[in-house]
Design a binder for this molecule. Structure first.
Ligand code: ADP
Ligand code: MG
Length: 256
């Protein structure tokens, strides 16, 4: 039995009285690799922010590693949605990654040899060490995402959460990203928000469907029923048939 790392019990969250998430109960265990899917505006980022302690629920409880999320924020690496950078700003891959080491430092701190060592290690893990002196603005979107993952890893987290990291990537870029995550998953718990259901189901061990409520399933099965509840569509509408040549969209199918 693996350790419980994230636990939401009966959580509801509203923005100015407008309900975004309702009665969400959700458990994540050590080394889970969870794919979070749902239409735009369905509450996926809100769920992520609750886990990170950036917002607090009006109802219910959120526990991360047995404590309040705000007390363990350094144990969670976060790759936010729409990370934007100034393409002309002359900051290198290594500098961006090293920024992950800054959290919680006191005034007058300096980077240490240990910071440099960790930066090298995490850049190797995402396959970007060779590009360490490149400007971030000169990289492809997929390479940038891997640097943002490295920056999240630099905090030495137990859990990493990625909010739509694949949105602007081409298919090869997505596969590389997921392969990196698969490798990281040997040591880390991963939550990833992604619309790419067919790639997701190749990699994750559980799928969570969010649409104001959470339809969490303990196996990586995407069924037409889950998608109907989540998106109001069945599988055929979201993933065109030709993307699943040997995988007919029928109820209960396992996309693995
Ligand atoms: P998703 O990430 O699934 O696209 P979000 O969690 O960002 O969805 O948003 C869920 C709902 O909450 C949406 O209706 C969105 O408009 C609303 N919302 C999100 N952030 C805010 C905010 N800061 N203030 C007011 N409403 C918000
Ligand atoms: Mg979002």
């Amino acid at each position: 039995m693996s350790d419980l790392e994230i636990e939401l019990k009966d959580v509801s969250f509203s923005y100015n009285g407008e309900i975004a998430l309702k009665d969400v109960t959700f458990s994540v265990y050590d080394r889970d690799f969870i794919g979070i899917i749902g239409p735009n505006g369905s509450g996926k980022t809100t769920l992520v922010k609750l886990i990170l302690g950036m917002i607090e629920p009006q109802k219910g409880t959120v526990n991360v590693l047995g404590r309040k999320p705000s007390q363990v924020s350094s144990s969670i690496g976060y790759v936010p949605q729409n990370t934007s950078i100034n393409e002309n700003f002359p900051i290198t891959v290594r500098d961006v990654t090293m920024m992950g080491r800054i959290g919680g430092r006191r005034e007058g701190w300096r980077f240490t040899r240990k910071d440099a060592g960790i930066t090298r290690e995490v850049l190797r893990q995402v396959g970007m060490w060779e590009n360490r002196d490149a400007r971030i603005g000169d990289l492809s979107m997929g390479q940038r995402q891997r640097v943002f993952i490295a920056r999240a890893l630099a905090t030495d987290p137990k859990i990493i959460i990625l909010d739509e990291p694949t949105a602007s990537l081409d298919p090869p870029g997505q596969m590389i990203l997921f392969d990196v995550l698969k490798e990281l998953n040997k040591k880390l718990t991963i939550l990833i928000v992604s619309h790419n259901i067919n790639v997701l189901t190749e990699y994750v061990n559980k799928i969570a469907c969010v649409h104001r409520e959470l339809y969490f399933h303990e196996a990586p099965h995407v069924t037409s029923e889950m998608l109907r509840k989540t998106f109001g569509f069945s599988l055929e509408h979201i993933c065109p048939l030709e993307e699943f040549p040997e995988r007919p969209p029928v109820d209960g199918m396992n996309l693995k």
